[in-house]
Design a protein around this ligand. Sequence first.
Ligand code: GDP
Ligand code: MG
Length: 439
Amino acid sequence: LSERLQNAMAKMRRKGKVSETDVKEMMREVRLALLEADVNFKVVKDFVKTVSDRAVGAEVLESLSPSQQIIKIVSEELTELMGGEQSTIQMAPKAPTVVMMVGLQGAGKTTTAGKLANHLRKTQNKRPMMIAADIYRPAAIQQLETLGEQLDIPVFSMGDQVSPVEIAKQGIQKAKDEHRDFVIIDTAGRLQIDETLMAELSDIKSVANPTEIFLVVDAMTGQEAANVAASFNEQLNITGVILTKLDGDTRGGAALSIRSVTGKPIKFVGQGEKLDALEPFYPDRMANRILGMGDMLSLIEKAQEDFDEKKTEEMAKKIKENSFDFNDFIEQMDQVSNMGPLEDILKMIPGMSNAPGLENLQLDPKDMARMKAIVLSMTPKERENPDLLSQSRRRRIARGSGRPIAEVNRMIKQFNESKKMMSKMSKGNFDGMDGMFGQ
Ligand code: GDP
Ligand code: MG
């Protein structure tokens, strides 16, 4: 999805005034982009109509920056399409809150059960328990037990000779006895939706009385994910969707179709196989990500989980106020290297997802070490105030760090450019972003 839309956006951005024909042309691109992204046909049609209606309105064509207005409209409507507001997990008025995970085989139910338990414990201090109610898939019980061990979260199981309904019932009782406040039931899936499966899930639902029934769907299946969601919803009246494998999905078709096809919100997204790779779903951030504006807020939030909250706030404030200096830079670099695979993080930086290739970005660990050496050769004053870095100072830094002067210059230039960019981005100004990483 992104590439075509991003190109259309970039073209738009370069225009001063736009005519109705420009809008039409742009909408054609948007429609193609959405269809290519495997978004449901009807959803596309409605979307394009809504955006066109708004875009040819007087507020846009007569405004000072019509192209930006249109980009804003597309972004707003994409957000709306995905539910508008963030939708959080509901809690039962009386503990324990019971959550049922349902979905097709391989969608990621079991893994996501573990991720969700981990997430709730980490962010809300919950004491979760998981119930192994998939008695069909070979080793499904063991898979959940292994996850439980890794996370140190208890798993209730009764082998595969007892009915899933009975397992759910006894598991919930056990959770009550142990004063667990959160119960996640992992259920069986099939390769296709079938009646036996639905009947069993319905039975579990009636004994478990869940507050949330999360349908787990694989984002890589595109609009098929929305079809699956529609039938599960019809049969079970699900309360929300968790979209997994978003790390492998470059099209965004599932995310864009699900809400309008089912009327149910996406509540979380899975971003990888690791047990901390689950994030709340934010429609506005996803819309911006699809438009290639990156996802500064998610980036900051991911960082937040991994280090001191206060520091992150400070950092975000500094970025906003444009007072980000080399000390922050070094700190951030250290943090980035603790934050897991660099690619995951880089993809969230504005402009990166569209970058010609990560290797051009000169951010491999070796380069980071070199940059760090350069910064460490600056005096504390210079680090706080990069404007002090005159040519003679730069030469001294080059000698001190053992790096060529050209590299020192390039590093400072890059630093200044990203700083400017970050400050703009954080104020919601996306203009001029094309130049960011020098495409
Ligand atoms: P289930 O049959 O629905 O219980 O699915 P599983 O939980 O067993 O997951 C199937 C496969 O998908 C496993 O290999 C998981 O590691 C993988 N998986 C689940 N969620 C994600 C995700 O968000 N990203 C990636 N890359 N893989 C995932
Ligand atoms: Mg499973």
